[in-house]
Design a protein around this ligand. Structure first.
Ligand code: DUC
Ligand code: ZN
Ligand code: ZN
Length: 520
C-alpha cells in the first residue's frame, strides 16, 4: 500500500500569490502547507482544482462584528454569522475592532470581545484596538503591554463625539507607536466641519439620507488625511488611513508617498462601486441602505481609487462590514422610525462580497492583475498587521487557508449570502466569480453550495509587528531633529515581526487567551 504523504492534496491548482502564478499541487499536513510541486504523492483526501485559480484565503482587516451600539440599534452579525458569511465569500481571517469605553481600560474591551468571539468564530480572528481614552496609564503601561502581547494595531478617530481624539492625543498615541511599534490606523475626517455642515443642513430641513454625503464632502476627508499625514511625519511613525473614499484624499496620500513618508491606505468595495447617488436622488428613505462613513463619492473618485489599487498606492482592501437591518427597530430605522440622516446607523454589510466583487470587477474586469488582487485582499493585510507569512500567502509553512475560484456569471441577491442582515447594497449586480471552495487550515468551510465550517472553528491569532516594507527613509535633517527632541525611551516590543513560518512561535491554533475577568 502507498503511504499517504499528506492529509490533503489540492491537485492541478493555478497557484496565485502576490508575486507569482504557476501550476502546482499543494500538499497539506496538520492544516499547514508542507509541499508545493508537480505530481505530489497521495493524500488521505484529494481535491482536484482542475486548473482553476487558487489564492490565499482573504484577510478582512476591517469589519465590525457584535460591537455594542446604543440601544435599540445593534449590529445584525455576531461572530458566528459574520464569520460564516466571511468564509462563504473566501475570507479566512477577520480583524474586527475592540473598542475602549471612555473611562474603561483596553484590557476590559479585549476581555469583552474575546467573550463575544470565543466558541463562535468560524474563521481565524484577531482584534484591532480602538483607543478613545488615551489616559497616562493607557499610554505608559497598557498599550505597550498589549502591543507586546500581539495586539499590534490600534484605530484612532478624528470624528464622532464619543470616539474622537484631538491632535495632541493622537500624537500621544503615535509616540507610543514610535517607541513600541505597531500600526496606528486613523479615521480621517474633520469633525468640526461635519458638525457645522450637519447643523446647517438640518436647519434648512435637509435631513433625507442623501444629505449625509453633503455633510461629509470629500474636502473633509482630504483635510483629515492631510493632518494625519502631518502628525505621522512629525513623529516619523507609519500610519494607515482607513476607508479612503475620495480622489482628494488619494492625492494627499500620493503626495506623501512621493515624499517618502510611511503612509499606508485602505479602501473598500463601496468606494469602487457605489456613488453618492446611491444615497438617493430625491428625499426618499431608500438611500439609508447605503449610508456609511465616509460616504461613497463620484465616478472621478472611483477612478482615482481603482488607479491607486493598480499602481500600489493602496495596501489593503477591506469590507468595513457594519451590518444594520433595513427592517425592524434595531437598524436603519431606529425604533421603527425613519430618522434624519445624522441618526441613521452608519455602515453597510460586505464581508462576504468583498473578495468576489474585487475578483469580478477588478481581475475579470481587467483593472488589476490576479496577483494584485491577492496582494490587496491577503498579503498586504497580513504584512500590515503582523500575520505574514503564517497568513496571506501560499508558501511552505503557511496555514492552508485557500480559495479555489469558480469563474461564472450570476446576479447577486441577498438570499445568496450568509450574513444575518436583511439586504446587500450590491444586490442586482452581475458577479463573474465566486469561491468554489474555501479552506481554513485545510478544513473545508465553504464547499461552493453550503457553509461547512463550525462555530468555534476559528482560532484567535496573536500577531507580530507589521512587516510591511517601509516606503521611505528619513532625511538626515528630519532624523536629527527627532533624535534630539524625542529620544527613544521605550523597550522594543518582544513580538518579532515576520518569523519564518515554521519557526513562528504560535503555530496553528493559538491557544485562546485565559478566560476574561468579569466586566465591572
Ligand atoms: N467608521 C468605520 O470604520 N466604520 C463604520 C463607520 C465609521 O465611521
Ligand atoms: Zn472609521
Ligand atoms: Zn469601520
Amino acid at each position: 500500500m502507498t503511504a499517504r504523504a499528506f492529509d490533503l492534496v489540492i491537485r492541478n491548482a493555478k497557484v496565485t500569490t502576490a508575486s507569482d502564478t504557476y501550476a502546482a499541487d499543494i500538499g497539506i499536513v496538520d492544516g499547514c502547507i508542507v509541499q508545493i510541486g508537480r505530481q505530489l504523492g497521495p493524500g488521505a483526501r484529494e481535491i482536484d482544482a482542475a486548473g482553476r485559480t487558487v489564492t490565499p484565503g482573504g484577510i478582512d482587516a476591517h469589519c465590525h462584528l457584535d460591537q455594542p451600539m446604543a440601544p435599540p440599534v445593534r449590529l445584525a452579525d455576531d461572530f458566528f454569522t459574520g464569520t460564516r458569511s466571511a468564509a462563504c465569500g473566501g475570507t479566512t481571517t477577520v480583524i474586527p475592532f475592540a473598542a475602549q469605553r471612555k473611562g474603561g481600560t483596553l484590557r476590559a474591551a479585549l476581555d469583552d470581545y474575546h467573550r463575544r468571539a470565543g466558541g463562535r468564530a468560524c474563521v481565524d480572528y484577531a482584534f484591532h484596538l480602538i483607543i478613545t481614552d488615551p489616559t497616562p496609564s493607557v499610554l505608559r503601561d497598557e498599550l505597550p503591554e498589549l502591543i507586546g502581547q500581539g495586539y499590534t494595531s490600534y484605530k484612532l478617530y478624528m470624528t464622532y463625539d464619543r470616539l474622537k481624539l484631538d491632535d495632541g492625543q493622537i500624537l500621544d498615541v503615535l509616540d507610543v507607536a514610535r517607541q513600541h511599534g505597531g500600526m496606528p490606523m486613523i479615521h480621517a475626517e474633520n469633525a468640526d466641519c461635519i458638525t457645522w455642515l450637519t447643523q446647517k443642513l438640518e436647519a434648512a430641513g435637509k435631513i433625507a439620507p442623501r444629505f449625509h454625503a453633503l455633510s461629509r464632502p470629500a474636502l473633509v476627508e482630504r483635510e483629515g488625511a492631510h493632518r494625519a499625514i502631518a502628525l505621522s511625519e512629525l513623529l516619523d511613525v507609519p500610519v494607515l488611513l482607513v476607508h479612503i473614499s475620495g480622489a482628494e484624499a488619494v492625492e494627499q496620500i500620493r503626495a506623501a508617498r512621493v515624499r517618502g513618508l510611511n503612509i499606508y491606505a485602505e479602501t473598500c468595495p463601496q468606494y469602487l462601486l457605489l456613488t453618492a447617488l446611491d444615497l438617493g436622488i430625491d428625499d426618499s428613505y431608500h438611500g439609508a441602505r447605503c449610508v456609511c462613513s465616509p460616504p461613497p463619492r463620484d465616478t472621478d473618485s472611483q477612478h482615482a481609487i481603482w488607479q491607486g489599487l493598480a499602481d500600489g498606492l493602496f495596501t489593503v482592501v477591506s469590507s468595513d462590514h457594519s451590518p444594520f437591518n433595513l427592517e425592524g427597530p434595531d437598524g436603519k430605522t431606529p425604533g421603527g422610525q425613519e430618522v434624519a440622516f445624522r441618526h441613521i446607523p452608519n455602515g453597510i454589510p460586505g464581508i462576504e462580497t468583498r473578495m468576489p466583487l474585487l475578483y469580478s470587477e477588478g481581475v475579470l474586469g481587467g483593472r488589476i492583475s490576479a496577483n494584485k488582487f491577492v496582494e490587496l485582499t491577503a498579503t498586504g493585510p497580513a504584512r500590515t498587521y503582523g500575520l505574514y507569512p503564517r497568513k496571506g500567502t501560499i508558501a511552505i509553512g503557511s496555514d492552508a487557508d485557500l480559495v479555489i475560484w469558480d469563474e461564472r456569471e450570476f446576479t447577486l441577491a441577498n438570499e445568496h449570502l450568509h450574513h444575518a442582515v436583511d439586504y446587500t447594497p450590491f444586490a442586482g449586480r452581475t458577479l463573474r466569480a465566486w469561491p468554489a471552495m474555501t479552506l481554513l487550515r485545510g478544513a473545508t468551510v465553504w464547499d461552493g453550495r453550503d457553509f461547512t465550517g463550525t462555530a468555534g472553528g476559528g482560532a484567535f491569532l496573536r500577531r507580530g509587528l507589521p512587516s510591511i516594507a517601509a516606503i521611505g527613509l528619513r532625511t538626515p535633517a528630519r532624523s536629527a531633529w527627532l533624535r534630539d527632541a524625542l529620544p527613544r525611551v521605550g523597550a522594543a516590543s518582544p513580538v518579532s515581526a515576520d518569523p519564518a513560518p515554521d519557526l513562528a512561535p504560535d503555530r496553528a491554533q493559538s491557544p485562546a487567551p485565559p478566560p476574561p475577568a468579569q466586566p465591572a
